[in-house]
Write a new protein. Structure first.
Length: 319
């Protein structure tokens, strides 16, 4: 029982003390559950789900068909180590941005700006997760995969995070660590950065640009309030943002066809990837033409449907 609960207990009439003693443990349990949820929320589980899934895709594309017990065990270690490293990066990102998150309605209720978790506690959690994840990958997968994980963490926390307050180029820089996870899945199997790994990297890199620009349009006012120089914030007429959405959506089409030419996939994937790319491009062009938040929202939802569809077909038609 904490001090506040004990003080309240002393203020109760004698006949109610017994009931309070019985009820006190029941009050502590929700507090513990709430605290656990806050610590869990610091790891950004929904965002890191994408990291784990794309890592798994990279592993699956590299592994031989018909995974044996050893491959399944290595896959488990790869995903767990990656998840721990990504969680550490997310916690450290929120630790650095806690004061700015407090200025934005979208993030003001996060555990750190809301005061439900202390800064030192978050820092310790972030460092602990990051170190544990990197060491886990080093000893239970291989050093190259661990090095890629460490690069992802460092570039996300120490490059992308501060750059958000300096320049709109932050989105371009942030797309790099976001595209590394499938390479980690590949290197977990082959322990080498082959051309196929770079093809997977390129798909994630180019997909992220229209995806994140759509998000930045939707939350432009929030980013401005927090002092983040995302492109839609500094690009007041939306011309540069629209141009980049279209350019990256166009570039994504030939990039997604690369797996066919490097032997990862067959002609079925080629046809579906081409159709998906053209469909996604129509959403990008619509958003760029109208510059409306409603079309940015459509582009965002199209992006989160497009990627799993593309990766699913890729895995079904792997060479």
């Amino acid at each position: 029982m904490n001090t506040a609960a004990a003080t309240e207990l002393l203020d109760l009439p004698d006949e109610e003390v017994g009931n309070a003693v019985i009820a006190a443990p029941l009050a502590v349990a929700p507090q513990r559950a709430s605290r656990a949820r806050d610590l869990y929320e610091l790891t950004k589980p929904r965002m890191n789900f994408l990291v784990v899934v794309t890592t798994m895709v990279g592993y699956f594309m590299a592994a031989p068909k018909g995974l044996g017990a050893g491959e399944w065990a290595r896959l488990f270690h790869t995903l767990l180590g990656t998840a721990l490293t990504a969680a550490g990066a997310s916690v450290l990102n929120q630790y650095i941005e806690r004061a700015y998150d407090a200025l934005m309605p979208r993030t003001a209720n996060r555990p750190l700006p809301a005061g439900r978790v202390g800064p030192l506690e978050a820092l310790a959690l972030g460092v602990g997760l990051a170190v544990t994840g990197t060491l886990y990958l080093t000893f239970l997968v291989n050093p190259l995969t661990a090095a890629l994980g460490a690069f992802t963490l460092v570039s996300y926390v120490f490059l992308y995070t501060p750059m958000k307050r300096w320049t709109s180029l932050c989105t371009l820089v942030g797309a790099v660590p976001g595209a590394v996870p499938p390479m980690m899945g590949w290197t977990a199997v082959h322990n080498s950065l082959d051309v196929q790994a770079w093809a997977l990297f390129a798909i994630l890199f180019f997909w992220q640009m229209p995806h994140f620009l759509a998000i930045a349009i939707l939350f432009k006012d929030d980013y401005a309030a927090g002092g983040f120089k995302m492109l839609p914030v500094v690009d007041r007429d939306g011309v540069a943002t629209s141009r980049q959405i279209v350019l990256y959506s166009v570039a994504l089409i030939p990039v997604t066809l690369m797996p066919v030419y490097v032997g990862l996939c067959g002609q079925a994937y080629f046809a579906v990837a081409l159709m998906l790319g053209l469909a996604f491009l129509t959403f990008g062009v619509s958003c760029a033409t109208t510059k409306l938040r409603s079309d940015a929202r459509k582009l965002f939802f199209a992006s989160i449907i497009y990627l799993p569809a593309l990766l699913g077909v890729m895995m079904l038609d792997r060479g």
